[in-house]
Design a protein. Structure first.
Length: 320
């Protein structure tokens, strides 16, 4: 079983607006409200893949009630801590004509220290039967940047591995807590190591730097797929996986589906190259659907043959 943790859960509303223009009045042609937040998106994708998963986190107010109700309607097992303040909502505007999407996020709720303590107690209970705990997404305002790092350290003391997908200072501190896996976007990874990635050498150095900071495995998602440093025992492989060209409907949360599919393939014991192939195919399939974390596994299966997986070009040794 995998446990996903979402502190900043939301009701995500995806609406389709052809020819969207700022400052104009539009009529949406379609709308889809879902429970959302990175951890919830990952849980939804894992559920689609048939991987046992429990979603937990914080949910407050009427919005929090809707989050739990929608997860239950989707048959996603969940056990959220109810908090006093209102959970957030977010809106993604997809323009299929222009091939763009615009995201608008509310601030997250204010969380009390005792509510965080309750969440940590719940994690102690849920993680007893978990093979992995995934911490994903932003932290609500006033939650200490070191929360993920503290939780990862606590799980490590009980020999429960953790994965982390976030950004900024919570990512930096979380990586230093030595999680089993971190999965930032390219932009988030560049901010973490303080350099831009343009070619294989940049990615190779970036992956090595993130691993030096503490992460055992690293997957950096890109617009084309991902690059990764993955370990099998003492051996490490550095890979690039690129998706076939398709016409996307919406790329919202494609990286969440990619991570979920990688974790699902990894839990079944597949080799790193095949795990990445399945992950990138699922992420690509999700861009053909509206709604974060949703994809058609059959479409992902068809796309797998078009995913190219290759080793990153080794960084040349400096001249003596």
């Amino acid at each position: 079983m995998i446990v996903t943790v979402t502190l900043n859960a939301a009701i995500d509303r995806t609406i389709t607006v052809p020819n969207f223009q700022r400052g104009q009045r539009h009529r949406a042609s379609a709308g889809l409200p879902l429970a959302g937040g990175k951890g919830i998106n990952i849980a939804r994708a894992l559920k689609t893949l048939g991987v046992p998963v429990v979603a937990t986190g914080l949910a407050g107010g009427q919005t929090g009630t809707h989050i739990v109700e929608r997860l239950t309607d989707e048959a996603i097992l969940n056990d959220f801590v109810r908090i006093e303040d209102e959970s957030r909502t977010s809106t993604a505007v997809v323009d299929p004509t222009g091939g763009t999407y615009t995201e608008v996020y509310e601030w997250g709720p204010q969380v009390q220290p005792e509510e965080l303590d309750t969440l940590l107690e719940k994690l102690h209970y849920l993680s007893q039967g978990a093979e992995l705990v995934v911490f994903a997404g932003s932290l609500p305002r006033d939650v200490d940047d070191g929360f993920y790092a503290e939780a990862i350290h606590d799980l490590a003391r009980r020999q429960v591995p953790a994965a982390l997908a976030c950004e900024g200072e919570p990512l930096r501190l979380g990586v230093e807590a030595e999680p089993l896996l971190v999965s930032p976007s390219q932009r988030e990874a560049e901010a973490l190591v303080g350099q831009e990635f343009h070619d294989d050498e940049d990615f190779e150095l970036g992956l090595a730097r993130i691993a030096e900071l503490g992460a055992r495995n690293v997957i950096v998602t890109t617009e084309q797929g991902c690059v990764a440093l993955l370990r099998e025992g003492r051996e490490a492989v550095r890979l690039r996986a690129s998706a076939p060209r398709i016409e996307p409907v919406s790329a919202v949360a494609a990286e969440d589906v990619l991570l979920a599919a990688y974790l699902g393939a990894r839990s079944s014991g597949r080799p790193p190259q095949e795990c990445l192939r399945a992950a990138v195919a699922a992420g690509a399939a999700s861009t053909l659907e509206l709604g974060a974390g949703r994809f058609d596994p059959r479409q992902a299966g068809r796309l797998q043959s078009g995913v190219e997986v290759s080793e990153l070009r080794p960084v040349p040794e400096p001249a003596v």
